[in-house]
Design a protein around this ligand. Structure first.
Ligand SMILES: [Cu+2]
Length: 315
């Protein structure tokens, strides 16, 4: 798995090649419905960013800026100016070393500037953190959810290491104060021979045992574009008794991240209200298009988080 180090004192000023992504703002989410909306609207733009990144890993990627009406849907905090609600945000990712070896400690930095090139200084707390960063290997076998620290002057940083060689993709979501919620992506090559990867396969059964917990997933619809409910149910893997001692993790009973096989559609879904401690946790979302999707549910019990992955096929 992925290791995160809290101590950032060993910062070296050596900067790696940077990806510069001009972002468009995404709709902010206030509840599960709004999050769904966020997810749906996020997807097309991300696809563009992803397409750019995949076309040869050039240093500068510029995603199209399709300003959207949803950005103005009254989430407050935009009092300042139109500038902020429709501004492009300039994001720069730096990796040191630039192409780490498997297991090597890597410093990840993100610099956020506004359209005028000034650092964006303030961020809203969202699910107890200022930034959520999802790191996934291209073959989707490695998944990690970490939280970069804000270092001031528009900079976030975190130290991490990557288990295998080959490409990784990173998804950061955050809310600069006064802006809407955003999701931005980057990719990273971990050096070494590319390991043979099993192609992603749909799970024959949506049932898994992780850390003594038997988790099952029920998906109400496998049709693209349809509203669908994801219901996780937990029981003790040994005794089969329902589990009712889940703990809130980052302010919710669980967090679900969904990615399509091409890593171009990213959905970060938060639960519906209720079921605060199990045995079920309900989420609602919509798969944007047909294809294979990997779903990672992240939950906490006994002060430890655990991740349950499933792969489903959407028609
Ligand atoms: Cu997070």
């Amino acid at each position: 798995m992925f290791k995160l180090k809290g101590n950032l004192s060993k910062y070296r000023k050596r900067s790696a090649a940077a990806f510069l992504i001009v972002l468009s703002l995404l709709a902010a989410g206030c509840g599960s419905a709004a999050n769904d909306e966020h997810a749906q609207h996020a997807a097309p733009r991300e696809t563009e960013a992803a397409a750019n990144e995949h076309s040869g890993h050039s240093a500068n990627d510029t995603a199209g800026n399709e300003e959207s009406a949803e950005n103005h849907s009254g989430h407050g905090g935009q009092a300042d100016s139109e500038d902020m609600s429709q501004a492009n945000v300039k994001l720069e990712w730096r990796y040191s070393p630039e192409s780490p070896k498997p297991g090597e400690k890597t410093k990840i930095e993100l610099f956020l500037n506004d359209a005028a090139g000034k650092p964006i200084e303030k961020y809203d707390v969202n699910h107890e953190k200022l930034m959520h960063l999802i790191v996934v290997s291209e073959d989707m076998t490695e998944f990690s959810h970490i939280h970069p620290e804000y270092a001031g002057k528009g900079k976030f940083e975190v130290e991490a290491s990557f288990v295998k060689s080959g490409a990784y993709k990173l998804f950061a979501d955050f809310i600069p104060t006064g802006y809407s919620q955003m999701t931005v992506t980057s990719s990273l090559k971990v050096s070494g021979a590319k390991q043979a990867a099993e192609p992603l396969k749909k799970d024959a059964s949506l049932m898994k045992a992780v850390d003594g917990v038997a988790a099952s997933l029920e998906v109400s619809s496998f049709k693209a574009g349809e509203e669908t409910d994801l219901t996780f149910t937990f029981s003790d893997a040994k005794t089969k008794k329902p589990i009712t001692d889940l703990q809130p993790y980052l302010g919710a009973i669980g967090h679900v991240v969904i990615l399509n096989e091409e890593l171009s559609r990213y959905l970060h879904v938060h639960p519906k209200e209720g079921n605060e401690s199990g045995p079920t946790a309900e989420f609602s979302t919509s798969f944007p298009e047909p294809g294979l999707y990997k779903i990672w549910g992240q939950f906490q019990r006994g002060d430890k988080t655990f991740i349950v992955p499933f792969t489903v096929e959407v028609e």
